[in-house]
Design a protein around this ligand. Structure first.
Ligand code: ADP
Ligand code: MG
Length: 602
């Protein structure tokens, strides 16, 4: 088996994403590695695949116990033997896990950094062959960034205890130059292969709003949501106020902050992960390392303390690659609050001088996010420049770039309109743009048009909209209106467009009252609903979150490919051999039933 087989057979993916192969190859060659890749880019796979190929058991260090479980669930669903050792597991189970680990039953063991130097754990590691230590969220090792975690400093000591030094691979999503240097130095990486993929997350839409009334604005945004939503607030107190406000307005929402008991937090988190509530109001304590792939909206009720935190938190949206929105509700009082929090902050035990230095760093970082909130230019470019990337000055997918507009796929409509013009001309009939629209809509005054095969093929579309698209095509040079009567004729550009089968997008004004149109992008949306229901049933019966069974992107793939046998099913992204064996029959029969019962459209 090689890395491609594992990718396909266990994870069900066709190809590697940017940076993954380089990291995997580096690790397999025995080199230390540092992967700096944005949230959702697939860092886990970079150590999970080598773990499967290397002899022995990989140790994966991850900062939050409760969230490791999620990774374990996903791995076990793919047929990869992995386990996590943590304090929530009973003594009885722990004994069993240690025994199995010694017998070589696991390819990956997840642990929190606090456990690394625990004698019992060290003893176990002594008995294992450990080819690789993977450090997830490696920025936790640096005091200069956000999320410093003192026990991350134990990692190099742990690595030293091994008889044969394992490869050390570190991963993070947010590393500025200073943090990057810290990771290499503190983890003592040996001439590491550093892989930096771009920070850009093209599927995320960024927006800053400056509302007078944040609550009213929040309610407005939440009204148009689809899928899971996180609302981040700066303080515990604010999360509680916002949470209460949502409940009063009949929006069922969960609450998560550091002041709740461990049970309350894990219950809230589970409700969210298992889609029992789909809005979570939380402080930044929520979500580090969480792999809930179907979060489609992240709202910041307050401005966070720096752009690193913002990008990381906002980046929890759209991990499955589908379009998602990140909206910041900013007000100048957020700055006051931030300053206050920074002044009060300071690591326990730090000297006065160190504290001053830390605060200075924090204030510098604060300026970066204030700048983001006030920027009138491309928001994406603002973020990417901050991380040292040069980008185009306009991304077309943030509030500053589109100012009340959005991009719409008009490929099909354009094909119909152009093909109508083609047919009118071939039949030696002449029509101006208005007539073309009426022919398509099926209400042309002239009887001669009625015999055309394109007559009425857009009867379901508003005449106004057909006109809008036709006008766009004319302006863009796909056809010309000839003088003196404005008869339409096609240009070479339209010929090329039809032959190449490429997609055509048009900017349109956003209709503020309109519901989110995410479902409109999904082929066979009814089937999607059915498959989602089936997924939920299966997940509930197994006690795992729905997205661990299949991601939304896999369900969308099924709706597009419409597989009716296992071979076709395996072509869907995210379907590996084990999942096909486990779930294939049920999903296929749902699809076949759908195909048999849906009304024939053509
Ligand atoms: P990160 O840790 O970088 O934030 P994850 O490792 O959690 O990201 O991966 C994010 C999502 O992308 C996961 O659901 C994962 O299954 C998916 N993924 C990873 N690699 C690929 C790939 N090569 N093709 C398709 N999906 C992938
Ligand atoms: Mg990760």
């Amino acid at each position: 088996m090689d890395k491609f087989d594992i990718l396909k057979e266990y994870f069900g993916y066709e190809s590697f994403r940017n940076g993954q192969q380089k990291m995997i190859d580096g690790i397999l060659e025995g080199r230390d590695c540092l992967g700096i890749m944005p949230t959702g880019s697939g860092k886990s796979l970079c150590f999970q695949i080598p773990a499967m190929l290397l002899n022995g058991t990989t140790i994966a260090i991850s900062p939050l116990i409760s969230l490791m479980r999620d990774q374990i669930n996903s791995l076990n669903q793919c047929g990869i033997p992995a386990v996590c050792i943590n304090s929530t597991i009973s003594e009885y189970e722990t004994v069993e896990i240690y025994q199995k680990a010694r017998a070589g039953a696991y390819k990956i063991i997840y642990v929190a950094p606090e456990r690394l130097l625990n004698p019992r754990f060290l003893n176990l590691c002594n008995d294992l062959t450990i080819p690789l230590v993977a450090v997830d969220e490696a920025h936790c090792v640096s005091q200069w960034g956000q999320n410093f975690r003192p026990s991350y400093l134990d990692i190099p000591k742990f690595v030293q205890t091994a008889q044969r030094r394992p490869v050390v691979a570190a991963f993070t999503a947010t590393a500025t130059e200073a943090v990057k240097r810290d990771i290499i130095r503190i983890l003592a990486l040996q001439s590491p292969l550093t892989v930096m993929t771009g920070y850009d997350r093209p599927n995320l839409y960024f927006e800053v709003r400056k509302p007078d009334d944040k609550d009213a604005e929040l309610l407005k945004v939440l009204k148009n949501r689809s899928g899971s939503t996180i609302v981040y607030c700066m303080t515990k107190r604010t999360t509680e106020d916002v949470h209460r406000m949502l409940l009063i307005n009949n929006i069922s929402a969960g609450l998560y902050h550091g002041g709740l008991s461990a049970e309350e937090r894990s219950a809230a988190q589970e409700d969210f992960i298992f889609d029992r509530v789909n809005v979570m109001v939380a402080t930044n304590a929520f979500g580090m390392g969480i792999d809930k792939s179907n979060v489609s909206l992240v709202i910041h009720y307050n401005m966070p303390l720096d752009l690193e935190s913002y990008y990381q938190e906002a980046g929890r949206a759209g991990r499955d690659g589908s379009n998602a929105r990140c909206i910041m509700l900013y007000s100048p009082s957020d700055i006051k609050m931030a300053r206050y929090l920074i002044e009060r902050s300071g690591s326990a035990g730090a000297s006065e001088k160190e504290r001053e230095k830390l605060q200075k760093c924090a204030v510098t970082r604060l300026h970066s996010i204030i700048d983001y909130c006030k920027s009138k230019k491309c928001l994406r470019a603002n973020i990417l420049n901050y991380f040292g990337e040069n980008t185009k000055s306009s991304c077309g997918n943030c509030s500053n770039c589109i100012k009340g507009e959005k991009l719409e796929d008009i490929t099909i409509e354009a094909q119909k309109i152009l093909s109508c013009i083609f047919r009118v001309n071939r039949n030696e009939l002449n029509a101006d743009i208005e007539e073309i629209c009426k022919i398509l809509h099926g209400d042309a005054a002239d009887d001669r048009f009625r015999g055309l095969s394109t007559y009425g093929i857009m009867s379901e579309t508003l005449l106004h909209r057909i006109g809008q698209i036709a006008q766009f095509l004319s302006t863009e040079g796909y056809f010309e209106a000839c003088k003196p009567n404005g008869h339409c004729i096609l240009t070479d550009k339209s010929d090329e467009f039809i032959k190449s089968g490429s997609t055509l997008m048009m900017r349109v004004k956003r209709d503020p009252g309109k519901k989110s149109d995410k479902m409109a992008d999904i082929p066979n949306p009814e089937l999607f609903e059915r498959l989602s229901r089936l997924r939920k049933e299966l997940a509930d019966s197994l006690g795992i979150p729905a997205y661990v069974v299949f991601h939304n992107s896999s369900l969308i793939g099924m709706c597009a490919i419409l597989p009716t046998n296992i071979d076709e099913f395996l072509r869907v992204e995210g379907v590996g051999i084990l999942k096909a064996e486990r779930y294939g029959r049920k999903f296929l029969s749902e699809i076949v039933e759908y195909l048999n019962t849906r009304p024939k459209s053509d």
